[in-house]
Design a protein around this ligand. Structure first.
Ligand code: ATP
Ligand code: MG
Length: 660
């Protein structure tokens, strides 16, 4: 968590690390963009070091933007980035914003709706398939930061990246590769013990370590001398060396632990005897609880309630939840934790507060007995549901979190409702990995129950998210989910959903699984009006199934031709590109290499015009194969190198190893 106030004169030690950070800052001032990741255990001082750097950058003329990640679900995808962009655009007029965002403004507005209000006449961007749309969004955000840092050097501080959603990490990787020649610096913090080898962040760090402008700084505990200095500055008295030694040994020099222990005993105790040192608990949690036990009962009660709300909370909601404290006494109860800096305001006038450290919130939260916890979440969920009754969708993340915590008391009805919404929102924001978590939660809650509309919706969502991110050998899972949703919607006669699912099978890597739903497509075709866009979509899918799955060339050709007619009539370039690509594949598979090449080349042309990079790469693949098979080695070489270059730009796992 970042608070601007947590920087200043009581900053101890860290000479080496601050030296590295300052050197990186100076490099940025000479147009050599940098990224520094601050790693270390909880409470070691990552956020504090980042804040010190931010204060320094400010004096050097940088514009400093901050974003942080949440432990609990509820935050929208790309949240740390949204916060940075939001903070920045608030300070700009529409003209400068237009210059810095360029055509990418339409993509960014998709995830940041207030941009539409700021930039009049901003239309939606042309539709693309999810993976391609995510690429375009990343590209637009990157271009924006690059342009913005030309006006004024820029420092982005991204805190607690071990909690970041996977889209945020992918964007970090994307942007990092683009910053060498810019005046942009990124400082990220993360708890290194928290990320296992499977965590996307560790994969990204492994990727970035090869970049010359990437630095990883590991924060260790403060030295013995620094701990002495720290206690002195906090307690205001000289502490005997033996006490400092013991404290250093027990806390490993972790500033949060040292600070907590020192705050949990009085200066008199520190001065008079050393019992407090020998009684230092192994875990900081005990030190935190000891500190809290010095506060009044009503204050403790208030903190318990606040901890259920998360590491950040709205004051008005807290007041509503803390019904045992009357209105008059409430402000006073708040003074106590504020004065002892257990909580602090999150920004002037925002009405929002935060625990001064996530560990404090966790320690308090863990103290609540399970059933009380569930009751508190239930009360919170119901009150939020009432409060936001006109805008439930915007608050679905928070509601999903509290309903999940309230399952023991409220049952699982609402438990499945909100994650479905949050999952869809995550897909819209291209955070497929996060979407998978939400949809899987729904399926887990419905385990063993008969197939119904909720399960079908979760399977449809999960299948789409999996198609976008799973490696090729695991795509059978995506296919299974989409097929089962398809079967459910077909039996329920839900045409819109059937068409939507059939269209998902566009993903070329899914076409090989097409057989199973073939019969269902024929059924779906009977349900939609002839020559409609839906018919075109279904025929595109039918073309893949029959031509690529069953080897029925002529029927597939007929279907794809029908799709092409409808797509052109409707001016739907996404559908046209799809039908052209499937045609290229179909013709090549049937040894009609010249026709395959011709379809491939037309698809390339259309995809380039529509800025559809995925379509372009796929089409280039078939065009390559077409020239190769017709024996034109020179043309094949030329096509291959363009294909490889475009596949590199796409950064798609499925095309990485797919080069002919
Ligand atoms: N070098 C330092 N000098 C003085 N105080 C420090 C120093 N480093 C950290 N602190 C204080 O210790 C506490 C914990 O530090 P901080 O919040 O930066 O830890 P963190 O590494 O970000 O932990 P987490 O992983 O939980 O986010 C804060 O109150 C901070 O002000
Ligand atoms: Mg921190």
């Amino acid at each position: 968590m970042i608070s601007n106030s947590d920087s200043g004169s009581d900053f101890i030690g860290r000479k080496l690390e601050m030296g590295q950070l300052t050197a990186a800052l100076d490099n940025v001032l000479s147009g050599r963009g940098q990224i520094v990741m601050l790693a270390g255990e909880p409470g070691i001082g990552k956020t504090r070091a980042a804040n010190e750097l931010a204060a320094l950058a400010d004096t050097k003329g940088f514009s400093v933007l901050r974003g942080w990640c949440y432990e609990h679900g509820g935050a929208p995808a790309l949240w740390p980035w949204l916060q940075c962009i939001r903070e920045y655009i608030e300070t700009l007029d529409a003209g400068q914003l237009r210059r810095e965002m360029g055509p990418g403004a339409a993509d960014i507005a998709e995830i940041l709706p207030e941009l539409t209000a700021k930039l009049d006449g901003l239309g939606p961007p042309p539709p693309l398939d999810p993976a391609q749309a995510r690429f375009r969004l990343f590209f637009s955000i990157t271009t924006f930061f690059k342009n913005a840092s030309q006006t004024q050097p820029m420092l982005l501080v991204l805190d607690d990246l071990h909690w970041a959603d996977e889209s945020s990490i992918l964007l970090l990787e994307f942007l990092t590769k683009e910053i060498p020649g810019t005046s942009l610096m990124i400082v990220g913090t993360f708890r290194d013990g928290k990320i296992s080898g499977r965590h996307l962040l560790s994969r990204t760090l492994g990727e970035l370590v090869r970049e010359r402008h990437f630095h990883r700084v590991h924060l260790e505990g403060l030295s013995r001398e620094e701990v002495g200095e720290f206690i002195g500055s906090r307690s205001g008295i000289d502490v005997p060396q033996s006490a400092v030694n013991t404290l250093h040994e027990r806390t490993g020099g972790n500033p949060l632990f040292v600070g907590e222990v020192v705050s949990s005993v009085s200066p008199e105790e520190i001065a008079l005897n050393q019992d407090w040192v020998s009684a230092i608990p192994e875990a900081v949690r005990d030190a935190i609880l000891r500190r809290l036990s010095g506060l009044s009962d009503s204050c403790n009660q208030l903190l318990l309630t606040a901890s259920v709300m998360g590491s950040e909370f709205e004051l008005s909601s807290l007041q509503q939840q803390a019904s045992e404290i009357d209105e008059v006494a409430f402000p006073e109860s708040l003074n106590e934790p504020l004065a002892s800096r257990i909580i602090g305001p999150l920004g002037p006038g925002s009405g929002r507060y935060q625990f001064s450290h996530a560990l404090i919130q966790q320690a308090v939260y863990q103290e609540i007995p399970p059933i009380k916890k569930a009751q508190a979440h239930a009360a919170m969920a119901e009150s939020l549901e009432h409060l936001h009754r006109d805008s439930l969708v915007q608050h679905a993340g928070e509601l999903a979190y509290h309903f999940a915590g309230a399952q023991k008391v409220l049952g699982s009805d609402k438990l499945v409702y909100f994650p479905l919404i949050v999952g869809e929102q995550a897909i819209e924001a291209f955070s497929h990995e996060q979407a998978m978590v939400h949809f899987n939660n729904v399926l887990a809650a419905k385990e063993g129950m008969a197939e119904d509309s909720v399960i079908a919706a979760a399977r449809f969502g999960l299948g789409r998210a999996q198609t976008a991110v799973l490696p090729r050998h695991e795509l059978g899972l995506a296919h299974e989910n989409l097929s089962r949703a398809f079967e459910y919607y077909a039996s329920a006669g839900n045409t819109a959903k059937i068409v939507a699912i059939a269209f998902e099978f566009y993903a070329p890597q899914l076409s090989e699984y097409g057989l199973r739903t073939g019969g269902l497509v024929e059924k779906a075709l009977e349900l939609v009006p002839a020559d409609s866009l839906d018919t075109g979509r279904l025929h595109a899918y039918r073309g893949s199934i029959l031509g690529l799955g069953q080897g029925d060339f002529q029927s597939a050709r007929d279907s794809l031709d029908r799709t092409l007619i409808v797509a052109r009539q409707e001016g739907n370039s996404a559908l046209e590109i799809r039908a052209l690509i499937t045609s290229a594949q179909l013709e090549s598979w049937n040894n009609h290499f010249e026709d395959g090449l011709a379809y491939g080349l037309t698809a390339i042309e259309k995809a380039v015009a529509a800025s559809d990079l995925r379509g372009e790469v796929t089409a280039r693949y078939w065009a390559c194969l077409g020239s190769f098979s017709s024996g034109d080695t020179k043309e094949t070489e030329r096509q291959s190198s363009i294909f490889l270059e475009s596949a590199g730009r796409l950064r798609d796992r499925n095309w990485g190893g797919g080069c002919p």
